[in-house]
Design a protein around this ligand. Structure first.
Ligand SMILES: C[S@@+](CC[C@H](N)C(=O)[O-])C[C@H]1O[C@@H](n2cnc3c(N)ncnc32)[C@H](O)[C@@H]1O
Length: 394
């Protein structure tokens, strides 16, 4: 067995012991939405426009117990979803989860990302959340996934960030030291970890971070093990993240949590600093943000396989475009809604009138018509677009 195979075997063993995430199985579709799992909303975020078809092929790479897969299947009933994972037990749970909630458009297969070339054809959309950082060679993993992406297809990736996981990585090391040659016994690792936290001084930094940030989700042993007793984890910085991305032939489209990456929230009050920051490259600005706000625990972002040309709507093209309401919102119809990120949002009367009009005739009216009816100007329409409240097609 090569060392890479040994690492993969250890990772599979962890998730066979503790399939993750340990969410309960339901006999109905899961509640709500996550727009990153909604093809139209995710594609529109990346491309600036509605995708041409809903009948897409989706790969959930490293699906775990299928929580994300189940959402993807239900939110996109016309999609064909293939889900793979290294862990047989995780796949068993994922399959049962989808069977019970009636997600019949998802199929499951125990398979490593390294072996995705065994799957037929290519995929329009790949979801790979919480997985690449557990591979012995994430670059090879990303390259394998990139080879299965159709031209113009998109991939959503989530990997860990080092800065906000500093205490976690120290605790991982402490548990490993105390386990000694019992490393690989994941139940023992959980027991050792829980004992340490219970007995560290109350003002200990590792303990405080666990109690304040993670304890609620770590009540379940599977979550505790996933966090503290992992045999393989690579945590990134902005710099190493872009080394990973650059190793693929994919284009970086942007982070899927853009609010964090807005420097305005950190130094928007200081024009001098903002002017200095404007001289930096986008990647340097990202690095500046993470070093100033080191709470960051993960990176989530979209990549695309060229050719992929996001629309840059000119005023003229925007007026002729057909708007639709983004279905990822809660509480509609109302002027007080939860937006696609479940954040409360108040719409002005004119904004509400615009969205209502395009919701009544999706795809059959134009931005110009809705503007006239709602008495809204073009900048306000751009604001609806940037807040992901509407989706456009040309
Ligand atoms: C933290 S879980 C994430 C599960 C799921 N993506 C989610 O976000 O809920 C990581 C999953 O990646 C799987 N995994 C790790 N290495 C893999 C590989 N080389 N190929 C396929 N799956 C892998 C593990 O078995 C585990 O189920």
């Amino acid at each position: 067995m090569t060392s890479s195979q040994a690492v993969s075997a250890a990772v599979a063993q962890l998730y066979n012991t503790y399939p993750f995430p340990p969410e309960p199985l339901l006999d109905e579709p899961p509640p709500g939405y996550n727009w990153r799992w909604h093809w139209t909303a995710a594609y529109a975020f990346c491309a600036g426009r509605k995708p041409l078809t809903q009948a897409v092929r989706v790969l959930d790479a490293g699906c775990g117990t299928g929580v994300g897969t189940e959402y993807i299947a239900h939110l996109n009933p016309e999609a064909q979803v293939t889900a793979i994972d290294l862990s047989d037990r995780a796949i068993e749970v994922a399959r049962e989860r989808c069977q019970r909630s009636g997600a019949s458009n998802a199929t499951f297969q125990p398979l490593s990302i390294y072996d995705v070339d065994q799957l037929p054809g290519t995929f329009d959309w790949i979801n790979c959340v919480g997985v690449l950082h557990h591979l012995p060679d994430p670059i090879k993993g990303l390259q394998k996934l990139a080879s299965k992406l159709a031209p113009g297809g998109i991939i959503h990736i989530f990997v860990y960030a080092a800065l906000g996981r500093w205490e976690i990585s120290l605790m991982q090391e402490a548990i490993a030291l105390l386990q000694g040659d019992r490393r690989g016994d994941y139940k023992d690792g959980v027991q050792v970890g829980r004992q340490i936290f219970a007995h560290l001084p109350e003002d200990n930094r590792l303990r405080l971070r666990e109690e304040k940030r993670w304890a609620w989700e770590n009540q379940r042993d599977a979550s505790f093990a996933d966090m503290y007793v992992h045999p393989q984890e690579i945590d990134y910085s902005v710099d190493t993240l872009f080394e990973l991305i650059d190793s693929s032939d994919l284009d970086f489209l942007g982070f899927s949590n853009p609010t964090y990456w807005n420097l305005e929230r950190l130094m928007g009050q200081v024009p001098d600093l903002m002017e200095r920051a404007a001289l930096l490259s986008p990647r340097q600005r990202y690095r500046l943000i993470e070093v100033l706000d080191p709470e960051i625990t993960h990176y989530e972002f979209f990549l695309a396989k060229p050719p992929f040309d996001p629309v840059d709507w000119s005023d003229q093209a925007l007026l002729k475009a057909s708007p639709e309401r983004n279905p990822c919102m809660h509480g509609w119809p109302s002027r007080s809604i939860m937006d696609c990120n479940y954040q409360p949002m108040a719409l002005t009367e004119a904004e509400y009138a615009f969205v209502e009009k395009c919701d009544q005739q999706p795809g059959e009216t134009t931005v110009a018509d809705c503007m006239a009816l709602a008495n809204l100007d073009i900048e306000a329409v751009r604001s609806l677009l940037s807040r992901q409240l509407i989706i456009l097609s040309s």
